[in-house]
Design a protein around this ligand. Structure first.
Ligand code: G6P
Length: 454
């Protein structure tokens, strides 16, 4: 059985196309999760892009078919409908939601291109797996073109509750399209419940419901909660590799004698980076004994830099880092080291191994794979996970210090607590968390999805 997966984002970006041509793994949880899946399975990855890898003579470890997007499509479909309409709304940022009437037409047009591309390569025994909010019209368009194969859909972001979803002008069209799948899966039971409530509310006349199954136009659709994961063994291997050991040794020298906190986020307003920095500021204001003792490293991965709200958040974060460092810097020490970069994975894992704790402060997040990567990288145990209660991971993962990132005192108290936690407890809870993530890795997620898809 071949797996045809479809995602908007190509797994690798072309870096510096003018002189040296390099491939850089695309940021974000979706690619982090699907790259190992495709390396292990027979299949084809259908993805979008303005620049095509094949035009640069670049090949990947698995077959890729790219759908070429025009700059206008990128503007209205990707920057517009995907990232100024669906993204803010599905993450409960209703005030950032902005409708441009032109976006929808381009969204459908690009989704049609994906459906056409899939129809060109599809064989009778294949399974089609459509991913995420950028491609939600693809299932319907595939059926319209005659696809009879099993179609699965996985949403990598939250599915909002009924009152939020109600705001979405294309609420009927999207639900109706998704009901052309055989399996629709989300990260958590909450997202699944929201989806079923929306189906009942908006499509109630046309569907029948039997528990988690929806019967629509004679077809039965399963709806499941399947939290995504990581390639645990591979990350463990990288954590023990020579490049990571070298990076760790370099970092240990730089941060000798310091306690180290870490944040790793795409610089997205949903990630709560500025809220986290304010929490850190509040912590240092109230726990001055940690001045010159605690270093916080924020790795901010550039993302969607042509979208207005992302340009704004970048400016605000730059300013906030400057202001907080200005306030507390002393004798050559500053509390925040800020790296605006998509690091090589081996180096990133070096930071994971160094940090005494990590703060995931998302204001809303589908799951958050950084939390799981950190856990997998802690090959010598220790290390603590401070996790926002607004992430899918908080609903799923055991042994984490939960925070409400909207509340500076909550962040500050969690930092204080993890810094004071006894070493035996720290080691015990990290080893139990590691056992959980090891058991529930990306391959188990894949097996479960395929089992439900049938
Ligand atoms: C999230 C989304 C993915 C997306 C990633 C990076 O994880 O769920 O679909 O690929 O962010 O965002 P980008 O817009 O760069 O693809």
């Amino acid at each position: 059985m071949r797996l045809i997966i479809a995602t908007n984002r190509a797994p690798y970006n072309i870096k510096k196309p003018k002189d040296d041509i390099l491939l850089e793994k695309s940021p974000g949880g979706l690619v982090a999760a699907l790259d190992p899946v495709m390396k292990k399975n027979q299949g084809i990855w259908v993805c979008g892009g303005e620049k095509l890898l094949e035009d640069y003579g670049l090949t990947l470890p698995y077959p890729v078919k790219q759908v070429k997007l025009t700059p206008k499509e990128t503007k209205y479909y990707y920057e517009g409908f995907c990232n100024t309409q669906i993204w803010p709304l599905f993450h409960y940022f209703t005030s950032r939601y902005k409708m441009d009437i032109k976006d929808w037409g381009f969204y459908k047009q690009v989704n049609q291109k994906f459906a056409n591309q899939i129809m060109e390569i599809i064989e009778p025994e294949d399974r089609i797996w459509v991913h995420d909010y950028q491609l939600m019209m693809v299932p319907k368009l595939l059926r319209e073109k005659g696809a009879t194969q099993k179609i699965g859909f996985f949403l990598h972001i939250p599915f909002p509750n009924l009152e939020i979803y109600r705001i979405f002008p294309k609420r009927y069209e999207i639900l109706e399209s998704l009901l052309n799948c055989d399996l629709i899966a989300f990260h958590t039971e909450s997202y699944k419940r929201h989806f079923l409530e929306c189906v009942d509310h908006f499509m109630g006349h046309d569907v029948e419901r039997v528990d988690n199954k929806i019967i629509y136009k004679g077809r039965t659709i399963s709806v499941e909660a399947l939290p995504i994961s990581i390639d645990y063994k591979e990350i463990e291997k990288i954590a023990a590799s020579e490049p990571t050991e070298l990076k760790l040794a370099e970092l240990k020298k730089m941060y000798a004698g310091q306690l180290v906190g870490l944040g790793v986020d795409r610089l997205d307003y949903t990630k709560g980076v500025n809220e986290k920095l304010e929490g850190l500021e509040y912590f240092l204001d109230n726990n001055p004994e940690y001045i010159k003792r605690l270093s916080y490293i924020q790795i901010a991965v550039p993302t969607r830099s042509n979208v207005h709200d992302y340009m704004k958040i970048k400016r605000q974060t730059d300013e906030m880092v400057g202001r907080i460092n200005g306030k507390f810097s002393k004798d050559g020490w500053s509390p925040i080291q800020y790296l605006y970069s998509n690091l090589k994975f081996e180096d990133l894992v070096g930071y994971y191994r160094l940090a005494d704790f990590i703060i995931v402060s998302a204001l809303r997040d589908g799951l958050n794979l950084v939390a799981k990567e950190y856990v997998a990288a802690r090959i010598h145990n220790g290390g603590q996970l401070i996790l926002s209660e607004f992430t899918g991971a908080a609903e799923e993962m055991p042994y984490r210090a939960l925070i409400n990132p909207f509340d500076v005192t909550s962040i500050s108290e969690a930092i204080a607590k993890v810094l004071k936690t006894d070493e035996t407890i720290r080691y015990k809870s990290m080893s139990e968390t590691r056992a959980y993530v090891k058991e529930n890795d990306i391959y188990k997620w894949l097996d479960k999805f395929l089992e439900h898809l049938g």
